[in-house]
Every structure is written in C-alpha cells, then in structure tokens.
Design a protein around this ligand. Structure first.
Ligand code: UGA
Length: 454
C-alpha cells in the first residue's frame, strides 16, 4: 500500500520503518527540513536499538519530504499522523502541529477514499475535532472540483522508547478506533502481517517464540483515545504505587524489591512496572497524566488516583537529593557524579528526565555536579547547556574523584563499573540497580531506595 507518515519522531519513524519493512511504499513527511535532509542521507535523528539496522535495509524503499505536494497525498491509501502534542502550561495538549497537518492534508487530499489514522496521543475527542477541521479546511477550498472522501480513525501507539522497534514488530495489541467498515478493512489490510505475524523477522529482532498472532481490538474512536490515556495512567500509577510502598518500606524496615517480587508473582498483579526508584519521566507519563487530570477537571471530575500518582512520582526527585544530604551533610562545594541522564536506558531522550530536576536541585544546594550517560550527553549539551553540570563522556573520568555517586538511569554499562578503581564515596542508587552487597564489601557506603539497609 501507499502510506504517508506525518511526523518523524519516535512513533512516526519507527512506524514508517516497520511499514516499509513489511512491504509498503512509505513516505515520511515532516516540516523540519533538517531532519528530512538527514534522513535522506540515512542519518537517524534518534537513538533507538536496532532502528539503524532495519532503517538501512529499507530506506531505499522510502521517501522523505517536507512538501505535502511531493508526498502525493491523492494517491495515498493510508495517512498516519504521528506529530508531537507537547504539554501546555495548564496540562492540556498543544495541538498546533496537528492543526497544521489537518490544514495541509485538506489542501492536498484527492477524490479517492483516504484513511487518516491518528497515532499522536491527543486529548479525548480530538479524532472528531480533526475530522471536522479537515472538513472545514476542505470546505474553504470550495473552488476545487469533486468531493473529498476521507475518514479519521484513532489507533493509539503503545511502543516504549528504548524498545520502539521491537514493540512495533511485536505489539501486544492493535487498537482500531472507528466504526466505519471501509476504514477497518483498509487498516486491517495494512497491519495484517503484524496481526498474523507472517512476515520474516529482521535478523536483529527475532520474533518472540510464544507470539503467534497479535490481537486486534475494534472500538469507537473516543474509547480508543481514552484507552491510550488509561493505559499510560495505569502504568504510571503502578510505578508510583510501588514507590509509595518503598517510602513505607524504608520506615518499617522492609525491602521494596522484596515487596515487588512477592507481589509480582501474583499473575493478577504481574511483575512488570514494579521497579522502584526515582520514578518515571519521559515524554509520555508526565504529559499524559497531566492531560488526563486536566480533561477530567474540565468535565467536573477530580482524578484523585492519577493526581496522587503524579505527586508521589515528582516527590522522589527531592527524595534522592535529601537522602544524599542526610549522608554527607551540606552539599555546598561537594563533588557529586550522576550516572545516567536519559529518562530510561537505551534512549537519548531527556524529556521530563528525573536527572534534570535532580541536577537543578543539587546545583541550587551548591554541589559541583558531573554527569555521565552513554548516549544522552549530546542532547544534554544541546538542550541543557546552562544547567551548571559538567557533562563527561568518559565514565572513568566521571568517577575519578567523587564524594558521592547518584545512579539515576539503570544502563547496563553501570553493572560493569570497576569499583575497585573508584575512590571511596557514598553511592545512592536511584534505580536499585547495583550490587550493594559487593559495593559494601569494597567499603562503599550505599543507599538503595525503599530499604532501611544502608
Ligand atoms: C510509555 C508506555 O510504556 C508505552 O506503552 C507508551 O506507548 C509510551 O509511554 C507513550 O505513550 O508513547 P515510555 O515512556 O517510552 O513508554 O517508557 P516506559 O518503559 O514506560 O518508562 C517510562 C518511565 O517509567 C521511565 O522513566 C522508566 O524509568 C520508569 N519506570 C518504568 C520505572 O520507574 N519503573 C518501572 O518499573 C518501569
């Protein structure tokens, strides 16, 4: 099929690559000319495991453009919208990019039926709003012959950064938000290889052995949009729940990792998303929980659980700084090394990363902060040049002479640090990632979240 993907962020680029891989002719459209130029040269704007390998394999089958006219919209069967919807100060989503896409699409739609799939996370009700906007814009262009035949559906995306490609090839469900039969049929046809799992897996990402078919769930557009928020809010709440238990564990002398294990063995609870520590960040959980609270408020409802999950989450960024101060006293002039800067491992994304707030607080208290990350320091230098933090790419240099080390992101690399060559210091493990028994044997003073032991 001919597909146009609007937006080349994590969702857009990954989806485009997967759709090209399973045999479609895909055009990536983005208003950012620099990104498009780089993509044309085969340079990816994001760090995602294996994306470069698969992208290299299929990019000759893809087109990249900033120009809607060049994207040949009239001859396109499916348009996927994956533009950014960042948070406004009141928690609402900013729909500027979506509005731009609606206007440009309206100007370029042909007469044949076009399926428009929204994958951007948008406020509940935006599917209908988008359809109305495109109609408004097309009506305004009434000098064009023929009527425009299109339908907007919602198909929320559930991929996680750091495993975006894997999640797109092998998702755990495909949601189709529409009751329009021709749209369901066309969308199902496009995603049939993913649904049936009958494509040849990329070498770098073999199919999980137990995966036979990916379930498709069809529902109305508003429910599809709400499922996305509900899923993210639930996962965020699950993490905040274990973190609140961690606060209690610290008081009563329990161990939060033991709690997570004991709880997670119950299949009704499940062990995933019970990793305690300094909590969630990233472009999704913070933004989506804020949007959910704002939407509910507009409808006269307080989302008390989701709000509490947010409160617990953001308190953890203070917890780690306070824990450090408790251990080493006044932070003024003290040398602190941060291990990990991205919001989670295997990504270079710094949006709402705990490291940013934690750095600000440490600098405010006078600490001399050095930060290491295997991939995110390029973005740190670009987006946070004035944080007052020294960005150090060389891990051994970052660990040359710290008084304290704070682990903020659980990169695998940090499991292989040769601690024997690191001077004695306090280690605060914000992700309960390190081997504390060994560290203590080596003479380090350590703190884990959610445990009295230190
Ligand atoms: C999340 C969802 O998991 C995806 O399903 C969804 O598609 C995506 O948001 C989105 O809306 O686009 P993502 O934010 O990329 O994905 O990453 P997660 O793996 O969910 O991690 C989010 C944050 O939670 C990270 O900061 C991570 O460190 C933290 N986390 C995760 C924990 O603190 N504990 C855990 O047990 C799991």
């Amino acid at each position: 099929m001919r597909v146009v993907v609007i937006g080349t962020g994590y969702v857009g680029l990954t989806t485009a690559t997967v759709l090209a891989y399973i045999g479609n002719s895909v055009t990536c459209l983005d208003t950012n000319a620099e990104k498009i130029n780089r993509l044309k040269q085969g340079i990816l704007p994001i760090h995602e495991p294996h994306l470069d390998e698969v992208f290299d394999q299929v990019r000759h089958k893809m087109c990249f453009t900033t120009d809607y006219a060049q994207a040949d919209i009239p001859n396109t069967e499916v348009i996927i919208i994956a533009v950014g919807t960042p948070s406004l100060p009141d928690g609402d989503a900013d729909l500027t990019y979506l509005t731009q896409a609606a206007e440009s699409l309206a100007q370029n739609l042909g007469e044949a039926f076009t399926l428009i799939v929204n994958k951007s996370t948008v406020p509940i009700g935006t599917g209908k709003w988008l359809e109305d906007r495109i109609h408004d814009f097309t009506d305004a262009l009434d000098d064009r012959p023929g009527k425009r035949d299109f339908n907007v559906i919602s198909s929320p995306e559930f991929l996680s950064q750091g495993s975006a490609l894997r999640d797109s090839f092998y998702p755990n469900r495909i949601i189709i938000g529409t009751q329009h039969a021709p749209s369901i049929e066309r969308f199902s046809k496009l995603f049939e290889p993913i649904h049936k799992q009958n494509f040849v897996s990329p070498k770098c990402l073999p199919r999980p052995e137990d995966l036979q078919e990916v379930p498709i769930f069809v529902c109305d557009v508003i429910s599809a949009e709400t499922i996305k928020y509900a899923a993210n809010a639930f996962l965020a709440t699950k993490i905040s729940f274990i973190n609140e238990m961690g606060y209690l564990a610290q008081k009563v002398g329990a161990d939060v990792d033991a709690l997570a294990k004991g709880m997670g063995l119950d299949p009704r609870i499940g062990s995933r998303f019970l990793n305690a520590g300094i909590g969630w960040g990233g472009s999704c959980f913070g933004k989506d929980t804020a949007a959910l609270v704002a939407t509910a408020r507009k409808n006269g409802l307080e989302m008390r659980i989701v709000q509490a999950a947010r409160d617990v989450n953001y308190s953890l960024r203070q917890w780690i700084v306070n824990a450090l101060q408790e251990k080493i006293g006044d932070l003024n002039g003290r040398r602190v090394t941060l291990l990990g800067f991205s919001f989670k491992p295997n990504t270079d994304d710094l949006r709402d990363a705990p490291s940013i707030d934690i750095s600000k607080e440490l600098v405010k208290r006078g600490a001399i902060v050095t930060a290491h990350d295997p991939v995110a320091l390029k973005n740190a230098r670009l987006y946070y040049p004035d944080l007052g933090v020294v960005y150090e790419d060389d891990l051994s240099k970052a660990l040359e002479n710290p008084e304290a080390v704070l682990l903020l992101t659980e990169w695998q690399d940090y499991l292989h640090i040769d601690w024997q060559n690191v001077p004695q210091c306090v280690i605060i493990d914000g992700r309960n990632h390190l081997d504390h028994a060994r560290l203590r044997d080596l003479g380090f003073e350590t703190v884990r979240f959610g445990s009295k032991q230190s």
